[in-house]
Design a protein around this ligand. Sequence first.
Ligand SMILES: C[S@@+](CC[C@H](N)C(=O)[O-])C[C@H]1O[C@@H](n2cnc3c(N)ncnc32)[C@H](O)[C@@H]1O
Length: 291
Amino acid sequence: MTLREVMGRAREVLTAASIDDAALESEMLLRYVLNLSRVELFQQLNTALTPGQEQAFAGLVARRLSREPTAYITGHREFYGLDFYVDRRVLIPRPETELLVEKAIALAEGNPIAVIADVGTGSGAIAVSLAVNLPGAKIYATDIAADALDVARLNCRKHGVAGQIGLLEGDLLDPLPRPVDIIVANLPYVRKSDLAQVNTIDFEPKIALDGGADGLDKLRCLCQQVPGKLRHGGHILLEIGQGQGEAISMLLHRLFPFAGVEVTPDLAGIDRVVAVTLTVPVFSSSPSASL
Ligand SMILES: C[S@@+](CC[C@H](N)C(=O)[O-])C[C@H]1O[C@@H](n2cnc3c(N)ncnc32)[C@H](O)[C@@H]1O
């Protein structure tokens, strides 16, 4: 069979299994099997596959039919225009998280030697994107999962930014060796009761998704750790999920009464990033620090 024929057939079975973007997915799987760029694939559409290639492709389509995400099958995911290695040790970076990176870059551009913390770095997608776009910045990337940090390390090396990023294992801000200018975090924020609805739940690490009863457990803990970890005038940028904007804003106003708090929606109109600017120092002894 030709490339065109096997791709068409794969598209049909993926569509029948209600897998979104079936045409794109079958193309990505075939490109992966044949190790071809997009242009090369389209130049060779009438070329026949060898029986071995057909078998390998069929195996990948079967994995996709079992709902394994294409990013784990191919080991690749594009984020902020960069190619990241991913596997089941880390969450697959989501396009909506690019908003967090955009906002952090805009804040750091006024301070070319900014020190930034990426909390819950996973694959390192945020930290690496920041390092590539802010060559003067120093970045600390923390994660509680040692195996996620192994993946982040691979991505730091892949993009030549290992010297700019300090990978630190530990709970939230705990491992930071000094106060930073910007804290960026895409922490788990899925409500426990909604976990079953995440369509990648059988494959992605639960520790990367589970945000507790209201989804805000990790964000609450992070905010409580801020005193002593953020410089005066510093910023916090947090990714949140649908319907969490109001609750997190109230929490932040209570904890940081003199801070500016702004919620920005993503392209789909869903509240996605909360930005906090601290105009006065925060002290851990503050009575408002208890939530
Ligand atoms: C939603 S994933 C985000 C991964 C990556 N930042 C991204 O945007 O693709 C959350 C990450 O937070 C990590 N994490 C969960 N609890 C944590 C904690 N208490 N301290 C540090 N990292 C934590 C998980 O291991 C996971 O890698």
